[in-house]
Write a protein that binds this ligand. Structure first.
Ligand code: HEM
Length: 248
């Protein structure tokens, strides 16, 4: 009986524990992402400047600490699951239905992680420093508002990505599809569609396509409701692309 309990100290046990840890830190990250987008941004928009600066200093700075480290932990535990799996011993895993699903989920997840550390946190550091400086009676930094907008777009895009990401993270082991046709041509078609749509979204969020102004291709970031609808539509699209391209 004890022998069975000790099975947790095996490769499979460590994979299981990494999976548990991954979901814990994943919900911490994405929960805070949704808090920022659905609660904090609309609330800050209605607050007086002095109250907002105080909230950025005392509240947003703390939320951002949990947010960015949860993102890092999600990334690391995700790689740990992959590392403990037998699947990774053969690169042909990425030609199977599960392998294609997790590669797609990881494309979203790793991009979101890079958006957190490379765009959102870099910009928010300046926004927090500015709020603290103004509270202490210093001059406002004119660059802070633009950087705040840059961070907002990346954050809204991460909210959009989070929905199709879960389609694939969960789908890897639990998609209800059997007997897919995964020939090279179909895989090529799937990746071409997936990467083109993904690149459009990410380049748009970085301001490379649509710039940082509201409207146009940024309509989907203008309100959190637009962001949610876009994320849901994108999830349905990706589910259809996967199921239809690989249909036998
Ligand atoms: C940051 C990059 C990420 C990487 C590299 C990654 C990697 C992985 C891997 C390898 C799996 C195992 C798939 C399988 O074989 O069943 C997985 C599952 C999963 N991931 Fe991620 N992931 C990332 C981000 C996220 C995020 C942001 C979430 C959001 C909560 C998330 C939630 C999940 C869930 C719920 C599962 C399924 C667990 C299960 O069904 O047993 N992942 N991820």
């Amino acid at each position: 009986m004890l022998g069975a309990a000790l099975d947790i100290f095996s490769k499979q046990g460590f994979e299981y524990l990494s999976r548990w840890g991954h979901v814990v830190v994943g919900i911490t990250w994405i929960g805070l992402l949704y808090y920022f987008n659905f609660v904090q941004v609309p609330a800050f928009g209605e607050m007086e400047a002095a109250a907002r600066n105080n909230a950025v200093d005392k509240l947003a700075s703390r939320a951002l600490w949990w947010f960015r480290w949860a993102a890092a932990a999600t990334f690391v535990t995700g790689l740990m699951i992959l590392g403990f799996q037998e699947n990774l011993n053969k690169m042909s895993y990425f030609k199977t239905g599960s392998g294609i699903a997790i590669a797609t989920g990881m494309l979203f997840g790793i991009t979101m992680f890079l958006n957190v550390w490379g765009v959102i946190w870099r910009a928010q550091k300046v926004v927090i420093d500015n709020a603290r400086n103004v509270q202490a009676g210093g001059e406002a930094n004119p660059a802070a508002a633009e950087l705040g907008r840059k961070a907002l777009l990346a954050s809204r895009q991460n909210t959009i990505f989070s929905l199709p990401l879960l389609i694939f993270m969960v789908g890897t082991s639990h998609f209800p599809y059997n007997g897919l046709d995964l020939t090279g041509g179909k895989r090529g078609l799937y990746w071409a569609i997936t990467l083109i749509v993904f690149a459009f979204f990410e380049l748009n969020a970085l301001g490379i396509i649509g710039g940082f102004k509201p409207g146009g291709t940024n309509l989907m970031y203008d309100t959190h409701k637009n962001t949610i609808y876009t994320g849901l539509a994108y999830s349905v699209l990706m589910l259809i692309v996967f199921a239809v391209v690989f249909a036998v």
